[in-house]
Write a protein that binds this ligand. Structure first.
Ligand code: ADP
Ligand code: MG
Length: 245
Protein backbone atom coordinates (compact mmCIF):
# COMPACT_ATOMS: atom_id res chain seq x y z
CA UNK A 1 0.00 0.00 0.00
CA UNK A 2 2.91 2.33 0.76
CA UNK A 3 6.27 1.91 -0.95
CA UNK A 4 9.02 4.34 -0.09
CA UNK A 5 12.41 3.95 -1.73
CA UNK A 6 15.57 5.97 -1.09
CA UNK A 7 13.68 9.00 0.13
CA UNK A 8 15.89 12.07 0.57
CA UNK A 9 14.91 15.47 1.91
CA UNK A 10 16.95 18.45 3.09
CA UNK A 11 15.99 21.80 4.55
CA UNK A 12 18.83 24.00 3.35
CA UNK A 13 22.03 22.34 4.55
CA UNK A 14 20.21 20.11 6.97
CA UNK A 15 19.69 16.59 5.62
CA UNK A 16 16.51 15.47 7.35
CA UNK A 17 15.81 12.21 5.49
CA UNK A 18 18.78 10.20 4.29
CA UNK A 19 17.93 7.32 2.02
CA UNK A 20 14.77 6.19 3.81
CA UNK A 21 13.14 3.04 2.42
CA UNK A 22 10.22 1.06 3.83
CA UNK A 23 6.98 -0.62 2.79
CA UNK A 24 3.60 -0.85 4.49
CA UNK A 25 1.21 -3.59 3.45
CA UNK A 26 -2.56 -3.17 3.21
CA UNK A 27 -4.17 -3.43 6.67
CA UNK A 28 -0.79 -3.13 8.36
CA UNK A 29 -0.27 -0.79 11.31
CA UNK A 30 3.23 0.68 11.38
CA UNK A 31 4.33 2.60 14.48
CA UNK A 32 7.22 5.01 13.95
CA UNK A 33 9.25 5.92 17.01
CA UNK A 34 12.42 7.91 17.55
CA UNK A 35 13.87 11.01 19.15
CA UNK A 36 12.60 14.48 18.40
CA UNK A 37 14.17 15.91 15.24
CA UNK A 38 14.81 12.53 13.62
CA UNK A 39 12.61 13.26 10.59
CA UNK A 40 9.43 11.37 11.51
CA UNK A 41 7.05 14.25 10.76
CA UNK A 42 8.90 15.16 7.58
CA UNK A 43 8.58 11.57 6.40
CA UNK A 44 4.80 11.51 7.05
CA UNK A 45 4.34 14.93 5.48
CA UNK A 46 6.27 13.78 2.41
CA UNK A 47 3.89 10.82 2.03
CA UNK A 48 0.90 13.20 2.13
CA UNK A 49 2.68 15.57 -0.25
CA UNK A 50 2.76 18.32 2.37
CA UNK A 51 6.55 18.41 1.81
CA UNK A 52 8.32 17.96 -1.49
CA UNK A 53 11.11 15.43 -1.52
CA UNK A 54 14.55 15.91 -3.12
CA UNK A 55 15.06 12.35 -4.21
CA UNK A 56 13.69 8.84 -4.07
CA UNK A 57 10.30 7.38 -4.86
CA UNK A 58 6.90 7.11 -3.21
CA UNK A 59 4.15 4.80 -4.39
CA UNK A 60 0.71 4.70 -2.78
CA UNK A 61 -1.53 1.75 -3.54
CA UNK A 62 0.56 1.06 -6.64
CA UNK A 63 0.33 4.62 -7.94
CA UNK A 64 3.48 6.69 -8.33
CA UNK A 65 3.41 9.92 -6.33
CA UNK A 66 7.08 10.60 -7.03
CA UNK A 67 9.78 8.68 -8.82
CA UNK A 68 13.46 9.56 -8.50
CA UNK A 69 12.45 12.85 -6.90
CA UNK A 70 10.12 13.83 -9.76
CA UNK A 71 6.42 14.23 -9.06
CA UNK A 72 3.42 12.98 -11.00
CA UNK A 73 1.14 15.53 -12.71
CA UNK A 74 -0.96 17.66 -10.36
CA UNK A 75 -4.18 15.89 -11.39
CA UNK A 76 -2.60 12.55 -10.54
CA UNK A 77 -1.16 13.89 -7.27
CA UNK A 78 -4.62 14.99 -6.22
CA UNK A 79 -6.01 11.52 -6.83
CA UNK A 80 -3.20 9.85 -4.92
CA UNK A 81 -3.23 12.15 -1.89
CA UNK A 82 -7.01 11.70 -1.68
CA UNK A 83 -6.30 8.08 -0.78
CA UNK A 84 -4.70 9.24 2.49
CA UNK A 85 -6.03 10.97 5.57
CA UNK A 86 -3.82 12.72 8.09
CA UNK A 87 -4.27 13.46 11.76
CA UNK A 88 -1.94 16.01 13.36
CA UNK A 89 -0.72 16.57 16.89
CA UNK A 90 -2.54 19.90 17.13
CA UNK A 91 -5.87 18.73 15.62
CA UNK A 92 -6.03 21.63 13.12
CA UNK A 93 -9.81 21.90 13.35
CA UNK A 94 -11.47 24.95 11.81
CA UNK A 95 -12.49 27.05 14.85
CA UNK A 96 -15.27 28.93 13.05
CA UNK A 97 -17.06 25.71 12.03
CA UNK A 98 -19.05 23.34 14.23
CA UNK A 99 -17.94 19.75 14.59
CA UNK A 100 -20.35 18.80 11.83
CA UNK A 101 -19.09 21.70 9.71
CA UNK A 102 -15.53 20.46 10.13
CA UNK A 103 -16.49 16.99 8.95
CA UNK A 104 -18.60 18.15 6.02
CA UNK A 105 -16.32 20.84 4.62
CA UNK A 106 -13.99 18.77 2.45
CA UNK A 107 -16.65 16.41 1.03
CA UNK A 108 -18.84 19.42 0.18
CA UNK A 109 -16.04 20.78 -2.00
CA UNK A 110 -16.08 17.59 -4.03
CA UNK A 111 -18.40 17.75 -6.99
CA UNK A 112 -21.16 15.19 -7.19
CA UNK A 113 -21.56 14.21 -3.55
CA UNK A 114 -25.12 14.66 -2.29
CA UNK A 115 -25.55 16.82 0.82
CA UNK A 116 -27.80 14.21 2.43
CA UNK A 117 -25.17 11.51 1.98
CA UNK A 118 -22.46 13.74 3.42
CA UNK A 119 -24.64 14.51 6.40
CA UNK A 120 -25.41 10.84 6.99
CA UNK A 121 -21.75 9.92 6.78
CA UNK A 122 -20.79 12.67 9.26
CA UNK A 123 -23.41 11.40 11.71
CA UNK A 124 -22.19 7.83 11.30
CA UNK A 125 -18.55 8.79 11.90
CA UNK A 126 -19.38 10.96 14.92
CA UNK A 127 -21.14 7.98 16.39
CA UNK A 128 -18.10 5.85 15.66
CA UNK A 129 -15.81 8.17 17.65
CA UNK A 130 -18.41 8.58 20.41
CA UNK A 131 -19.31 12.21 19.73
CA UNK A 132 -22.85 12.09 18.34
CA UNK A 133 -23.96 14.64 20.92
CA UNK A 134 -21.29 17.17 19.87
CA UNK A 135 -22.25 17.68 16.21
CA UNK A 136 -23.43 21.28 16.65
CA UNK A 137 -20.71 22.31 19.11
CA UNK A 138 -17.68 24.48 18.20
CA UNK A 139 -14.17 23.08 18.73
CA UNK A 140 -13.40 25.60 21.50
CA UNK A 141 -16.01 23.85 23.64
CA UNK A 142 -14.38 20.43 23.34
CA UNK A 143 -11.65 18.78 25.37
CA UNK A 144 -8.39 17.91 23.61
CA UNK A 145 -9.36 14.26 23.42
CA UNK A 146 -12.71 15.15 21.88
CA UNK A 147 -11.02 17.48 19.38
CA UNK A 148 -8.67 14.74 18.30
CA UNK A 149 -11.55 12.29 17.89
CA UNK A 150 -13.27 14.89 15.69
CA UNK A 151 -10.05 15.20 13.68
CA UNK A 152 -10.01 11.43 13.17
CA UNK A 153 -13.66 11.43 12.09
CA UNK A 154 -12.92 14.29 9.72
CA UNK A 155 -10.00 12.38 8.19
CA UNK A 156 -12.35 9.40 7.66
CA UNK A 157 -14.97 11.48 5.81
CA UNK A 158 -13.12 11.13 2.51
CA UNK A 159 -12.92 7.32 2.93
CA UNK A 160 -9.12 7.15 2.92
CA UNK A 161 -7.35 3.85 2.40
CA UNK A 162 -4.43 4.94 4.57
CA UNK A 163 -4.39 7.02 7.73
CA UNK A 164 -1.26 8.91 8.78
CA UNK A 165 -1.04 9.99 12.42
CA UNK A 166 1.61 12.43 13.65
CA UNK A 167 1.84 12.16 17.44
CA UNK A 168 -1.95 12.26 17.81
CA UNK A 169 -1.84 12.16 21.62
CA UNK A 170 1.26 14.26 22.36
CA UNK A 171 -0.67 17.48 22.94
CA UNK A 172 -3.20 15.83 25.25
CA UNK A 173 -3.39 15.66 29.01
CA UNK A 174 -2.47 12.11 30.01
CA UNK A 175 -6.00 11.25 31.12
CA UNK A 176 -7.31 12.05 27.62
CA UNK A 177 -4.92 9.92 25.58
CA UNK A 178 -6.82 6.68 26.21
CA UNK A 179 -10.01 7.74 24.44
CA UNK A 180 -8.03 8.67 21.30
CA UNK A 181 -5.89 5.53 21.35
CA UNK A 182 -9.07 3.49 21.76
CA UNK A 183 -10.50 4.94 18.51
CA UNK A 184 -7.21 4.22 16.73
CA UNK A 185 -7.18 0.68 18.07
CA UNK A 186 -10.70 0.17 16.76
CA UNK A 187 -9.60 1.39 13.31
CA UNK A 188 -6.69 -1.05 13.42
CA UNK A 189 -9.09 -3.87 14.28
CA UNK A 190 -11.17 -2.85 11.26
CA UNK A 191 -7.98 -3.38 9.25
CA UNK A 192 -7.32 0.22 8.27
CA UNK A 193 -3.78 0.71 6.95
CA UNK A 194 -2.10 3.10 9.37
CA UNK A 195 1.25 4.79 9.93
CA UNK A 196 1.41 6.18 13.44
CA UNK A 197 4.25 8.38 14.67
CA UNK A 198 3.95 8.07 18.42
CA UNK A 199 5.58 8.27 21.83
CA UNK A 200 2.99 5.87 23.19
CA UNK A 201 5.11 2.75 23.50
CA UNK A 202 2.20 0.83 25.01
CA UNK A 203 0.12 1.49 21.91
CA UNK A 204 3.03 0.60 19.60
CA UNK A 205 3.58 -2.64 21.46
CA UNK A 206 -0.06 -3.63 21.65
CA UNK A 207 -1.57 -2.40 18.37
CA UNK A 208 1.20 -2.08 15.79
CA UNK A 209 2.12 -4.95 13.51
CA UNK A 210 5.57 -3.47 13.08
CA UNK A 211 7.61 -0.78 14.79
CA UNK A 212 10.19 1.33 12.99
CA UNK A 213 12.86 3.23 14.91
CA UNK A 214 14.22 6.38 13.26
CA UNK A 215 17.15 8.54 14.33
CA UNK A 216 18.96 11.33 12.49
CA UNK A 217 16.95 10.90 9.30
CA UNK A 218 17.58 7.18 9.00
CA UNK A 219 15.69 4.01 9.78
CA UNK A 220 17.89 2.32 12.35
CA UNK A 221 15.79 -0.83 12.59
CA UNK A 222 12.26 -2.12 12.32
CA UNK A 223 10.55 -5.30 13.39
CA UNK A 224 7.62 -6.82 15.15
CA UNK A 225 6.90 -5.06 18.44
CA UNK A 226 8.02 -7.96 20.61
CA UNK A 227 11.26 -8.11 18.63
CA UNK A 228 12.01 -4.37 18.61
CA UNK A 229 11.06 -3.79 22.24
CA UNK A 230 12.22 -7.16 23.54
CA UNK A 231 15.47 -7.63 21.65
CA UNK A 232 16.55 -4.42 19.90
CA UNK A 233 19.49 -5.04 17.58
CA UNK A 234 21.14 -1.62 17.66
CA UNK A 235 22.73 0.29 20.48
CA UNK A 236 20.88 3.46 19.45
CA UNK A 237 17.54 1.68 19.69
CA UNK A 238 18.49 0.29 23.09
CA UNK A 239 19.51 3.66 24.49
CA UNK A 240 16.37 5.34 23.09
CA UNK A 241 14.12 2.67 24.60
CA UNK A 242 15.94 2.92 27.93
CA UNK A 243 15.12 6.61 28.01
CA UNK A 244 11.44 6.32 27.10
CA UNK A 245 10.32 3.05 28.69
P1 ADP B 1 10.52 14.72 14.17
O1 ADP B 1 9.11 14.71 13.71
O2 ADP B 1 11.14 13.36 14.21
O3 ADP B 1 10.68 15.41 15.49
P2 ADP B 1 10.92 16.55 12.00
O4 ADP B 1 10.65 15.81 10.75
O5 ADP B 1 9.88 17.47 12.50
O6 ADP B 1 11.38 15.53 13.13
O7 ADP B 1 12.22 17.43 11.83
C1 ADP B 1 13.45 16.91 11.40
C2 ADP B 1 14.45 18.03 11.30
O8 ADP B 1 14.06 18.90 10.25
C3 ADP B 1 14.55 18.89 12.56
O9 ADP B 1 15.91 19.24 12.73
C4 ADP B 1 13.70 20.07 12.23
O10 ADP B 1 14.15 21.21 12.92
C5 ADP B 1 13.92 20.22 10.73
N1 ADP B 1 12.78 20.82 10.03
C6 ADP B 1 11.53 20.34 9.99
N2 ADP B 1 10.73 21.09 9.24
C7 ADP B 1 11.50 22.10 8.77
C8 ADP B 1 11.27 23.24 7.92
N3 ADP B 1 10.07 23.45 7.37
N4 ADP B 1 12.31 24.05 7.68
C9 ADP B 1 13.52 23.81 8.21
N5 ADP B 1 13.81 22.79 8.99
C10 ADP B 1 12.82 21.93 9.28
MG1 MG C 1 7.42 15.35 14.65
Amino acid sequence: MVEVEHLRKSFGDLEVLKDVSFHVAASEVLAVIGPSGSGKSTMLRALAHLEEIDGGSIRIGGETLAKDGRYASSAKLKGITARMGMVFQHFNLFPHLTVRGNLELAPKLVKGLAAADIRAKASELLEKVGLSDKAEVYPSNLSGGQKQRVAIARALMMSPEILLFDEPTSALDPELTGEVLQVMKQLAEERMTMIVVTHEMGFAREVADRVMFMADGEIIESGRPEQLFGAPQHERTRSFLQRVL
